[in-house]
Design a protein around this ligand. Sequence first.
Ligand code: SF4
Ligand code: SF4
Length: 166
Amino acid sequence: MSKILIDLIKYRDCVVSGCDKKLPEGIISTFPERDGLKPIREMAVFAFSCRRCEDAPCIEVCPEEALKKDQNGMIIRSTNLCVACKSCVSICPFGTMMTDFYEYKRDESRYFDLNKSSELEQFINESPEGFVQYTEQDKDEDNNIFELMPGVLVCDHSWEELKKLK
Ligand code: SF4
Ligand code: SF4
């Protein structure tokens, strides 16, 4: 499987500065615990930059009990329960989530299965230039390069790093 690197730091900075670039959504069809169709960008945010708050106001505010923690304290959203009210987005004190995770009606023409080489190619082609690329490198956590799953590296701030800045 080809390895790709998704630069979420760059993408988040772009979104915050008001750019209109949109990443397509990559999914992994064989991911066993996806709990509904799960974009890898959402999994990456919960895995790396979410600060895993002890009291987790996002879980408390959710009217549909769509959010829970796994055994490592990582947030998981049940896509099929979520009604896209975005209360969790508003209440998160750290701006962890990007509002476009929560679409009531998904545009599945923008979802690409990264296990299929033709869809992986399309995913890269439809990504704004510089946000997703093939790579030969390995994970390098000291430089914010994390492995989300085999074949998918993500450049993001880690929640442990962000917690130290508090
Ligand atoms: S957007 Fe979904 S996960 Fe978030 S609070 Fe609303 S129902 Fe819950
Ligand atoms: S999503 Fe936000 S509120 Fe929820 S645990 Fe992560 S950092 Fe805390």
